[in-house]
Design a protein around this ligand. Structure first.
Ligand code: PGA
Length: 255
């Protein structure tokens, strides 16, 4: 129990450390099941994984991948879909087996079936060994917005206004063009992962990181439930860690 905090000098350094953890896992367990996240934060992690594949021969062929979330209503080939994000940042450049890449389909005819099938696939794969997470400025993980039940499994969600504002930068700066609904792993789905690494950088995330790491465990800050997981690391830059009490950061190893 308790969150392990690691502070790195930059977003790039965070990405490199997270990629190293994925590499270590794949070396130990080539058929590992890995949960991936999108957003600006993990981009350097994906760049490093691609480098590791190209320069060091890191093999992804036996691994299975699940993505945390996807916008509802966007076709997989929409440039801002998380399908497209994952192809562009990772899957187009490594040797992952397409049959082992699972991303929720935001255009599925029956979204209710899509979320159930996704859960069943995670179960059939033996559960997630390592889940990568970002965090929203409102404390969300995946698209589990404040108020989401800690017991939730993969579900359809109406996005919080703050999330749509945060993500409008990908939709021409227009909240009105930003999807209103999404599909996301649930909080219990995330908590079932054997190991979790949450990445955050920049002062805009400092308040959310403080609430997540040392606030009360409450659905108001979905990420606060991570305090109850027994294998969680927050990889932060100094700006994202700036509001944590010294008692939390004292003695943190700089990876
Ligand atoms: P970001 O998104 O990496 O683009 O800040 C993180 C999140 O909303 O989980």
């Amino acid at each position: 129990m308790g969150i392990d905090i690691k502070i790195s000098p930059s977003q790039d350094a965070i990405g490199k450390h997270a990629a190293k953890r994925i590499k270590q896992l794949l070396e130990l367990k080539p058929d590992a099941v890995i949960g991936m996240a999108t957003g600006s934060t993990p981009e350097p992690m994906y760049a490093e994984l691609v480098r590791m594949h190209k320069e060091e021969g890191l093999d992804f062929s036996r691994a299975t991948f699940f993505n945390l979330d996807e916008y509802a209503g966007l076709r997989p080939d929409h440039p801002e879909s998380y399908h497209a994000y994952m192809q562009t940042h990772l899957y187009d450049h490594i040797n992952a087996d397409p049959a082992k890449i699972h991303i929720l389909d935001g255009k599925a005819k029956r979204l209710g079936n899509e979320v159930l099938t996704f859960e069943a696939k995670i179960k059939a794969a033996g559960g997630i060994d390592l889940q990568i997470l970002g965090i929203g400025t409102n404390g969300h993980i995946g698209f589990c917005e404040p108020g989401t039940s800690f017991n939730s499994r993969t579900h359809v969600v109406k996005l919080a206004q703050s999330t749509r504002q945060d993500n409008a930068r990908f939709f021409g700066g227009k909240v009105s063009k930003t999807p209103e609904y999404a599909l996301t792993m649930g909080i219990q789905t995330i908590m079932d992962a054997k190991r979790i690494i949450l990445l955050a950088n920049g002062e805009g995330k400092a308040a959310a990181i403080r609430s997540a790491a040392q606030g009360p465990v409450s659905p108001n800050t979905p990420a606060s439930i991570l305090q109850e997981h027994d294998n969680v690391t927050f990889m932060l830059d100094p700006a994202a860690a700036q509001s944590l009490d010294r008692s939390v950061t004292r003695g943190t190893r700089r990876p």
